[in-house]
Ligand binder design. Sequence first.
Ligand SMILES: [Zn+2]
Ligand SMILES: [Zn+2]
Length: 148
Amino acid sequence: MASQTCFLGRCLCGLVRFEIRGEIGPFAYCHCTSCRRSSGTAFAANGPVRKSDLHWLSGHGQIGEFESSPGKFRAFCRGCGSPIYARLVADPDWFSVRLGLLDDAVPHTATAHFNVSEKANWHSVTDGLPQYSDDTTDSLIDPESEIP
Ligand SMILES: [Zn+2]
Ligand SMILES: [Zn+2]
């Protein structure tokens, strides 16, 4: 069975609307401080999408960008503040789209938790997915050693 390759998304106020005509790549939940601040909650779910697959249906001019670290831009709707995507200047062919904006079901779930060393102390990860202290996969945290 072919996986779905068209996804509609929009911000909270509806000014910014887009369509992904292609695949959403594997993604992890990110618990880093920047993702927590920019989303206002415990972690972010950002799916890699090819820039060429991302089509703006409306509101592209309403998108603001904030450079949260050198060369990393986080985009948001100027009307409602919804986070839209993040992009790296060094990797111009890919956007990390905020998956909470999508109307359509995402065909796969997250593969891991990243940056759990910066995790909110009021959130407990209970899903059994691998947890990494940063955003590389070389840093697996031994769940046995984690203090509850
Ligand atoms: Zn909006
Ligand atoms: Zn993050």
